[in-house]
Design a protein around this ligand. Structure first.
Ligand SMILES: [Zn+2]
Length: 497
């Protein structure tokens, strides 16, 4: 049986991939594309932020079932904001210890629902070996000790000596090292300056060492983050950023006698987590939530949550969760406060079992619910009422077709039903992003988070497989494809609903 390797390339976009290959700057990606199946319009998860997407990739379900709502969200049980590290300023304010605990431990051991299994759990329950290199969502059946670097250890108050769970072969930068015959030789990619090994070079170093060790798992998921960081800063140099990723992929392919041999031994998949949208240069491209919500008392980062707080803002760049708390637990009061701004693209909230969506700057609404008489192109049944132009939908003989907002119903539903507390979802129009206390900003740079196709359509490349991937493709379908390649049945917990 062939082994399966899945590369997750942060912020890789289909048009950039195609341009990079056309410009002959990506020989590795070109080699794989010429020998495989290329899907240019695979749909990712909403919000288009890595944390919730990673959880969907390893469980095959949207956030309504895996329960990780985004990169930043509010946990009403703990009365605390959860932040899987969205930038140094908010992390300093909330506390490095809290955020590091969130991302290293809570995400996998507390937040990711136990009602669903990760691909690592499924494979290892089926007597196969699984591997995870530098992915923040990694829950598995083995326990791994975290080696905090001395600087971080001091900064986090020595509180993070817990073990984290993962598959048999597990790497998380220099914090968790896989058990191989020999250690990865030290180089600069493992330094504090290079995020302790959470970078492309170190991930490929580890992968090559895993292959050489003779301990290659049946499935390995490898996360390559560098492209995202560069695109946020210089989105117009996207082709050269992806060309750098290709150099790392070529290093992996070169570790075989021939590149063909890599495909004789492996099924190789490459996917992205989300796209990016270029943000305008002028200050009004930052939608200030403090200004829009100035009639409410807003929770301040790092402060105790007191009774006089009305709204908690959880900013996910081009998407925001607003949590009405205290006396303002009615979502509509918050909705009214933000409705008139045309820079806001979509406003969505729950009413009972229904999702209500409104367009910013207008008053047209659309509501939809599960198990109605229409079916979307992914075979999911919905009922709907109101103005279909809110989500630019078309209906063709009882079939719902999406355009600017791919897989809009399941993805909005997935985000709004990931929690049961009152919450309002906002997305920013193309060219805009949300601004709140200490949130990272990207004027003139790239950003993501929204439901729009620019943030949501990702490439999927599959080479060396024995099956073809069904289209239209979604990121959540990758799990069942890999299980099929490895001859493992999808467990009942992950069956489509
Ligand atoms: Zn990003």
């Amino acid at each position: 049986m062939k082994k399966v390797i899945l590369f997750l390339i942060d912020s890789m976009m289909p048009e950039v991939l195609e341009q990079c290959i056309a410009a002959k700057q990506a020989p590795g990606l070109q080699f794989l594309m010429e020998r495989g199946q290329y899907i240019s319009d695979c749909v990712t998860v909403f919000p288009t932020m890595t944390a919730s997407i990673d959880c969907s990739l390893i469980t095959g379900v949207y956030p309504d079932r895996h329960k990780v709502p985004g990169l930043v969200w509010y946990d009403p049980e703990q009365k605390k904001m959860v932040n899987y590290i969205n930038g140094s300023l908010p992390v300093q304010r909330i506390g490095l210890s809290h955020c590091a605990g969130n991302v290293l431990f809570d995400l996998n051991e507390r937040h990711l629902s136990r009602d669903v299994k990760t691909i690592h759990e499924i494979l290892e329950e089926n007597k196969l070996v699984s591997g995870s290199i530098n992915v923040i969502a990694h829950r598995g059946h083995k326990q791994h000790k975290v080696h905090m670097p001395p600087v971080l250890d001091a900064a986090t108050g020595f509180k993070l000596n817990e073990k984290v769970s993962g598959p048999t072969i597990m790497s998380l930068g220099t914090l968790v090292r896989p058990e191989l015959f020999r250690p990865i030789t030290w180089n600069f990619a493992q330094s504090m300056m290079e995020s302790y090994g959470i970078n492309d070079t170190y991930a490929i170093d580890v992968l090559i060492e895993v292959l050489k060790s003779g301990k290659q798992p049946h499935f390995t998921l490898v996360y390559l983050p560098d492209n995202d960081h560069k695109l946020h800063k210089s989105p117009h140099e996207a082709v050269s950023h992806l060309a750098k990723v290709d150099q790392e992929l070529a290093r992996f392919l070169d570790s075989f006698e021939t590149w063909e041999q890599a495909l004789e031994r492996n099924v190789i998949l490459l996917i992205s987590d989300h796209g990016q949208t270029v943000i305008g240069q002028s200050k009004d491209h930052n939608i200030s939530l403090d200004t829009l919500l100035n009639h409410f008392s807003i929770h301040r980062l790092g402060a105790e949550l007191t009774d006089d707080v009305d709204v908690i803002i959880c900013n996910n760049e081009r998407m925001t969760y607003l949590y009405p708390v205290g006396k303002h637990t009615i979502e509509t009061e918050v909705v009214e406060a933000v409705t008139q701004d045309p820079r806001i693209d979509l406003i969505a909230w729950r009413e009972g079992e229904q999702v209500v969506v409104r367009r910013g700057g207008g008053d047209k609404t659309l509501r939809f619910w599960k198990n109605g008489s229409c079916t979307d192109i992914y075979g999911v049944a919905w009922g709907m009422e109101g103005d279909m132009s809110v989500l630019e939908l078309q209906e063709d003989g009882g079939k719902i077709l999406f355009s600017s907002y791919p897989d809009a119903f399941s993805r909005l539903y997935g985000s709004l039903f990931s929690q049961s507390c009152p919450v309002v979802v906002l997305t920013a129009a193309p060219g805009y992003q949300f601004l709140s206390e200490l949130s990272p900003t990207h004027l003139g740079g790239g950003s993501h988070g929204s439901l729009h196709k620019q943030d949501s359509l990702i490439p999927l490349l599959i080479a060396g497989a024995s099956n073809r991937f069904d289209v239209p493709a979604r990121l959540i379908d990758v799990l069942s494809f890999i299980l099929q390649e490895l001859g493992v049945a999808v467990p009942a917990s992950q069956a489509p609903r």
